[in-house]
Design a protein around this ligand. Structure first.
Ligand SMILES: Nc1ncnc2c1ncn2[C@@H]1O[C@H](COP(=O)(O)OP(=O)(O)O)[C@@H](O)[C@H]1O
Ligand SMILES: [Mg+2]
Length: 279
């Protein structure tokens, strides 16, 4: 087990309830989670299991119904706008829909400039700022010269998601939460986005929290896996432990849902009668 000292973010007994009375939804239910420096953690669960809600709680985007969050060993305090901004220098996110993350009427160069400002780069010369933005764009295979004066909606989904990674490259947070970052883009861009996130992790040593419904993807990318069902973390361990030797039936079901492209089709095992094919 990793050292307690290396825990950069800890959620203790986290609960989030939306609505009340008959409309009440317990989206996150008494979750305990420890995230260590530099590790890649996946949170896997089916749609509606509470993954995004948990991410938003960790990010400080929604109020917590009960429980505590500790950042670098201390109780997180984001009660003032200033403290929140300070916290967001350390923890950032990439969401499923890259267009939803910021104002679509903000030009792309100001999106990147804001990141430089956030990193106390106000004192940089104009040339230095352009150099930093160009470097960030080239990290994600975008050309800065072609992006200046463009608006987010002029980019494809894959390009937008790469721009979001360029933001992270500039911000260099300690923790990045990537919430289904590849689920809205084409398969071809998907692998590129994943590779870029891994490369960024390798270069910066940040903690990467990967949220996905795809347990196959989690196996591919992560050191540690948490399985989420109906607001609860029901199983956790190394990627190998959880995926090669699942304890819970729910985890097994998530594994069975992954198309096994590496296995030859064995038609003898298909139950045609239940599929209604031999009627
Ligand atoms: N703002 C909200 N108001 C009410 N219910 C919500 C809200 N956000 C999420 N929920 C509910 O909380 C549960 C978990 O949702 P979510 O965290 O989005 O799951 P996931 O990301 O795993 O698909 C779902 O039942 C969802 O309908
Ligand atoms: Mg979600």
């Amino acid at each position: 087990m990793a050292d307690e000292k290396n825990i950069c973010l800890r959620g203790s007994n986290l609960t989030k309830v939306f609505g009340f009375g008959q409309q009440k939804t317990v989206a996150v239910n008494q979750v305990d989670i420890d995230l260590h420096e530099g590790e890649i953690v996946s949170i896997v669960g089916e749609s509606g299991s509470g993954k995004t809600t948990l991410a938003k709680m960790l990010l400080g985007l929604i109020n917590i119904t009960s429980g505590e969050i500790y950042f670098q060993g201390e109780l997180r305090d984001i009660r003032t706008h200033k403290k929140k901004k300070e916290y967001w220098k350390n923890i950032q996110a990439i969401f499923q829909d890259p267009y939803s993350s910021y104002n679509i009427f903000t030009k792309i160069d100001s999106v990147l400039l804001d990141c430089i400002k956030m990193r106390n780069g106000k004192s940089h010369s104009e040339e230095k700022k352009i150099e930093l933005m160009t470097e960030a764009c080239s990290f994600v295979n975008l050309k800065f010269e072609e992006l200046t004066n463009k608006y987010p909606f002029e980019l494809s989904g894959g390009q937008m998601q790469r721009l979001m990674i360029a933001r992270i490259f500039l911000l260099k947070p300690k923790i990045l939460l990537a919430d289904e970052p590849t689920s809205m883009i084409d398969a071809c861009s998907r692998a590129t986005i994943l590779d870029m996130l891994m490369k960024l992790r390798d270069e910066t040593g940040m903690t990467l929290i990967f949220i996905t419904h795809d347990i196959g993807l989690a196996y591919y990318v992560s050191d540690k896996v948490y399985i989420m069902e109906q607001g609860k973390l029901i199983e956790s361990g190394t990627a190998e432990e959880v995926i090669l030797n699942p304890k819970e039936a729910y985890t097994q079901r998530l594994i069975n849902d992954v198309p096994k492209i590496h296995e030859k089709w064995d038609l003898s095992t298909v139950d045609y009668s239940s599929a209604g094919i031999l009627e």
